[in-house]
Design a binder for this molecule. Structure first.
Ligand SMILES: *Cc1c(COP(=O)(O)O)cnc(C)c1O
Length: 339
């Protein structure tokens, strides 16, 4: 084991043993190359640098009480990277190559998978970039697929903590027919002004409304939005929302708990009728939302009492985490082991 203070790991980058790279050149994928360098040698005219031709993924490896390392639904990440890539005219690694690369890099860095007791995990970041040179706006003729890993602490250091968020009425992360549905860096660049403004006002993130009419709930910062009402799990349907694997899993868990699941447009006025609301994604699983502030409309929606997360959010969070760490049986077949 490496000497790391697992209990105080931040959610940040740390150097590990190695990363993995693979190039698509002359119409085919090359070998998986293992490297201990944290740098890549990139052409100065690479399309990723100038025209944002890049897509990424995020998933985690967890160490169970039994010491075994578990991956969570990473075939879904492979498929999503293919969707992202095809929309912005890149060649993505086939699913088996993607999964082989994840398994290899986790195995080579297994001492960086935090111990069960720490509540920490190994974050896995696959990245696909246009590495070939172009000066005109055209897809690259060469692509680099790489994966690095880094151990990350639990998202909630003091436990599962509700956050305050603010509605963004003066910025959008994605256009109605743009790239909101794929996991590309450009959406994140576009989200920086809204995010910075929210932080400056003391909020943890922003709630986006649909960018056409500003009538419906869209993405919640870098995460999906969900709400609970009358034993229903409700999550917005919109072309500009990234299909979250965490959200997909929570929908299945909610159904399994006897709730109904609604995926539909959510008018902003409906915010006042929800019992619980939250954001979900790989980093935190669920960030329960304490309150949502709509500055322009002069409204505050309060959800938590005494800053306590709601019971259904808590149950969904506990259940998903227990499956990921192997404390509950994997009845949905979401886990694969690294041996
Ligand atoms: C990655 C991401 C999510 C969460 O997806 P998960 O698969 O659950 O991690 C949600 N929204 C955006 C914009 C994202 O980039």
């Amino acid at each position: 084991m490496v000497n790391i203070d697992w209990k105080n790991l931040p959610f940040g980058y740390m150097k590990t043993n190695c990363n993995i790279r693979c190039y698509w050149r002359d119409g085919k994928w090359g070998e998986l190359e293992v490297s201990d360098s944290e740098y890549i040698n990139l052409h100065i005219a690479a399309t990723a640098l100038h025209y944002g031709q890049e897509a990424f993924e995020g998933t985690k490896a967890f160490r169970g009480k039994d010491g075994k390392i578990r991956l969570f639904r990473c075939a879904e990440n492979a498929k999503r990277m293919q969707n992202s890539a095809s929309y912005i005219k890149m060649i993505a690694p086939p699913e088996d190559l993607f999964i082989e690369a994840i398994r290899k890099i986790v195995k080579l860095n297994s001492e960086f998978v935090p111990p069960y007791e720490s509540g920490a995990s190994l974050y896995i970041r696959p990245l696909l970039i246009g590495s070939g040179p172009q000066v005109g706006v055209k897809p690259a003729n060469e692509f680099l697929f790489l994966i690095f890993v880094t151990p990350v602490g639990p998202y909630f250091k003091e436990g599962f903590r509700p956050v305050d968020i603010v509605i963004a009425r003066d910025s959008d992360r994605a256009a109605p027919q743009g790239t909101g549905h794929i996991k590309v860096g450009g959406n994140y660049a576009a989200s920086l002004p809204g995010q910075e403004k929210a932080h400056g006002l003391g909020f943890s993130t922003v709630l986006y409304l649909d960018s056409k009419e500003k009538k419906y709930i869209d993405e919640c910062g870098p995460a999906n939005f969900f709400a609970i009402k009358n034993n229903s799990y409700i999550t917005p349907e919109s072309h500009s929302i990234l299909p979250s694997i965490t959200n997909m899993s929570l929908m299945e868990l909610a159904k399994d708990m006897g709730m109904s699941v609604e995926r539909r447009k959510i008018p902003v006025e409906e915010l006042g009728t929800f019992e619980e609301v939250g954001a979900c994604g790989t980093a935190a699983v669920i960030s329960p939302i304490n309150k949502i502030v709509d500055i322009e409309e002069n409204k505050i929606f309060q959800y938590c009492q005494n800053h306590e997360p709601g019971p259904i959010s808590k149950k969904l969070y506990d259940t998903l985490r227990a499956i990921q760490y192997g404390d509950l049986p994997d009845k949905f077949n979401w886990i694969s082991f690294i041996d």
